[in-house]
Design a protein around this ligand. Structure first.
Ligand SMILES: Nc1ncnc2c1ncn2[C@@H]1O[C@H](COP(=O)(O)OP(=O)(O)OP(=O)(O)O)[C@@H](O)[C@H]1O
Ligand SMILES: [Mg+2]
Length: 230
């Protein structure tokens, strides 16, 4: 299906356009992350944050589009936030199957992914849906491990970006981290405290933390932080 540019813009998804200032931030981030991932032969990138509302989903969608704009790059975006699945809403996708359909064996992986087209490019998306009380159990399950194996097999030639729940809420992310190759931590200015970042670093000791994104940097605070992907 073809994505609607004005809907994307409303949702702060700017990664489809190569020439906007904000999409250039994502292009720099993409280039740095892909260099690390290629060098190490990594395929699975997890996106998480200390607490909710830091900008994980916006970052995941923008980054996926930025990767897709590169020649000869394929990307699969998986909505693995089984508490607050919002990738479909942000991209404006309407698809009947999703990650839970695959986990519950109601649909195949291929039938559950949707090709989201923008300009001459496209991103494969495996949408999510809330699993209510079962989210933590699904994340820790052998079934999820099998689905990840299937993704690895069927999507051999591309990068897979996972939009995860917040790291410091519950056990969801901790269960899945060992199956990820690299982690991108999205923090929010005015949302994330230094203690929360320290707490995350403790949990991420055995993971490859490729970047920490300082998100929601306004023009006035940008010079203070010196960097940041606004
Ligand atoms: N760089 C930014 N500047 C301003 N607002 C932003 C920025 N990035 C995201 N937002 C806004 O912040 C809100 C949260 O963003 P998003 O949904 O991506 O966060 P999240 O970490 O995925 O949240 P959740 O934990 O609820 O899944 C949204 O309303 C989004 O539009
Ligand atoms: Mg989200």
């Amino acid at each position: 299906m073809r994505l609607n540019a004005s809907h994307l813009e409303k949702m702060r998804i700017v990664g489809y356009a190569a020439n906007s200032l904000t999409s250039r931030y994502y292009d720099v981030l993409r280039t740095q992350i892909l260099q690390d991932m290629d060098k190490n032969g990594w395929q699975f990138l997890a996106i998480t944050s200390p607490t909710p509302n830091c900008g994980k989903t916006v970052t995941a969608c923008n980054l996926a589009m930025s990767v897709a704009r590169l020649p000869e790059r394929e990307v699969l975006l998986v909505d693995m936030d089984m508490h607050k699945a919002q990738v479909s809403e942000y991209l404006g996708i309407n698809h009947s199957n999703n990650l839970l359909s695959v986990l519950e064996d109601r649909a195949s992986l291929g039938d559950s992914c949707v090709e989201a087209k923008f300009g001459p490019e496209s991103v494969s998306v495996l949408p999510g849906t809330p699993a209510r009380d079962g989210a933590a159990e699904w994340m820790a399950s052998q079934t999820m491990a099998n689905v990840l194996q299937a993704i690895k097999r069927e999507f051999r030639s591309g990068i897979v970006i996972f939009d995860l729940p917040p790291l410091l809420l519950g056990s969801d992310v901790l269960s899945i981290l060992p199956r990820m190759d690299a982690v991108l931590l999205v923090t929010g200015v005015g949302t994330t405290t230094p203690n929360e970042i320290k707490e995350c670093q403790k949990h991420l000791q055995r993971s490859h933390l490729v970047r920490v994104v300082v998100n929601k940097v306004s023009e006035t605070s940008e010079s203070y932080y010196g960097y940041g992907y606004s």
